[in-house]
Design a protein around this ligand. Sequence first.
Ligand code: GDG
Length: 437
Amino acid sequence: MGVLSALRHTGGLWFGWSGELAEVPPAEPRIFRTGRITYALTDLTRGEFEAFYGGFANRVLWPLFHYRIDLATYEHEWFRVYLEVNHRLATQLRPLLDDDDVVWVHDYHLIPFAAELRRLGVRARMGFFLHIPFPASEVYVTMPWHRQLAAALCEYDVVGFQTDADLRQFTDYVIHELGGQVGPDGRVRACGREFLALSDPIGIEVDDVRAMAVSGEAMRYAHRVATTLTGRHLVLGVDRLDYTKGIPERLRAFELLLREYPDHRRRVTFMQISAPSRETVPEYVELRREVELLSGHINGVYGEADWVPLRHINRAYSRRALMGFCRLARCALVTPLRDGMNLVALEYVAAQDPEDPGVLVLSRFAGCARYMRGILQVNPYDVRQVAEALHRALTLNLAERRRMWEQAMETVQHYDIHRWRRTFLEALAGSALGGDG
Ligand code: GDG
């Protein structure tokens, strides 16, 4: 979403996977144009999809970078295919590039992309942005290929992270494991290269989200839910069904709220929308079972003939519908155990009615918690603390809610998507003048 919106602003070429599978790797990408963007899309073979995407990206890098070493499977064959696919994709982009182009690579699927392009003789400036956290060095080094991947990162001219904490973990690794140097200006010397490393929190397109939240579609969805609430407060959770998002812990916090603060019984409905995600990966299948069991349990224990405390919905909605739900909800629980930034938190704030805003309960482990004000910050592992924050959110008066929302909205507007894009692209433009790499 954010990347596409940035590209709409600048115009340019979008290159990537089509989302489709082919029997054999296609010789060339399919090219078409929409507005200011030219798309060049390529298919993956089933084998590539399984080892590169399902394997290395989703079962090595994703869990590892979210501190879940216990869920990471260090399969050498997956790493081989990961490099091979990066090589093939670089070969396909190569003929479409000029030396004065700027290449901006996104996310952990494509870390070796610059190294591959450079091997093919591309001299363009290249930047990389990591949308997920960068883990502490001691966690990162458990991966057998940590050096190779870090060396591949060093091939970029600019490497961007979501937060100062991620940047610090990366530079700590560079200094202590790669024997590199990091200057006060963020310039890194390592693996025979010099490049800029920076933190640049991604944001949202605030005006778009505000408009979506009051669109006809949003209001229709919100109205339909509101009529079923019969005056009760709505508490909302919206996430991909992913083990990083802390959904079971959040459900337990809701259960604790009902147990320890009985005044909320019958007065609140928690709607957790969990969009299906990576459904062939075993950990995700297991998570779905766990969440279904827990929600059945909570409704069984606390539900009554005319009140179902928890609605767990395992399907995706349009963004407009989601923004309508956000505007309706008195409180959002955004409690990931680890998250690069978390755009849902920012969207929730932007979607509120300034006259009657809701309250955001936000995990300290979401990247955006590092700068957000006007929220109730929690440790999502501390179920009691989350239950207490939820109680507080539900009992704040209107003046307090307004005051908090104004602070939160100020930060969401300050760190918006345009600032993110500008900061990164200016750094990349500057790297051509100052860099010697
Ligand atoms: C990665 C990083 C980082 C959610 N459900 C539906 C739906 N969504 C939309 C939300 C939001 C986006 O998807 C989710 O963004 P998040 O930031 O919350 O999480 P990830 O998908 O894990 O994204 C994350 C992000 O990259 C950006 O850098 O913040 O930390 O993990 O916009 O509204 N959209 C639709 N239907 C749904 O059911 N259409």
